[in-house]
Write a protein that binds this ligand. Structure first.
Ligand code: HEC
Length: 128
């Protein structure tokens, strides 16, 4: 009987942990979303032109997107979606270079959410 109590207690303790790990991706984001976002980043999104192919930033252009330092938002998934949609005006850019809305690319809202998932994953190692 005593063994059973310990066993049940372990299950009760471990279950939320497992759920938390599965929940660590933002709602609606899967590993496939992140992989698709990477393709948009390097391709039709034009992002790599200013942020570099590995998103580590280009001196005097786009910021490093792989660290946890966010200049223009709190770095949460929804904040990144909003920020990529809006771009960065020259007056707010630390380099004085603006980021056009959606990087100047003609991305759909869904494509912006997809590329934002990739950007989010870069500073969340567990997602990769
Ligand atoms: C024409 C160049 C250019 C393109 C193209 C571009 N960006 Fe940017 N991006 C910038 C600049 C400039 C900033 C502001 C950097 C600064 O303030 O130092 C910025 C900032 C950002 C930020 C905010 C970084 C922070 O620290 O808060 C994110 C996220 C971002 N870009 C994502 C993207 C994505 C995703 C794409 C493709 C859809 C993209 N960018 C395309 C130039 C560009």
């Amino acid at each position: 009987m005593r063994m059973n109590v310990v066993f049940v207690a372990t299950l009760v303790w471990a279950a939320p942990l497992a759920a938390q790990q599965a929940d660590s991706l933002p709602p609606g984001v899967t590993a496939a979303t992140i992989a698709d976002g990477k393709k948009i980043f390097a391709g039709p999104g034009l992002c790599s032109a200013c942020h570099g192919p590995a998103a580590k930033g280009v001196q005097g252009l786009g910021a490093n997107l792989t660290d946890k330092e966010w200049l223009h938002s709190d770095g949460s998934y929804e904040a990144l979606v909003a920020q990529i949609t809006a771009g960065v005006p020259a007056g707010k850019s630390s380099t004085g270079v603006p980021m056009p809305a959606k990087g100047g690319a003609s991305l759909s809202e869904a494509q912006v959410r997809t590329v934002a998932a990739y950007v989010w994953s870069l500073s969340h190692a567990a997602a990769r």
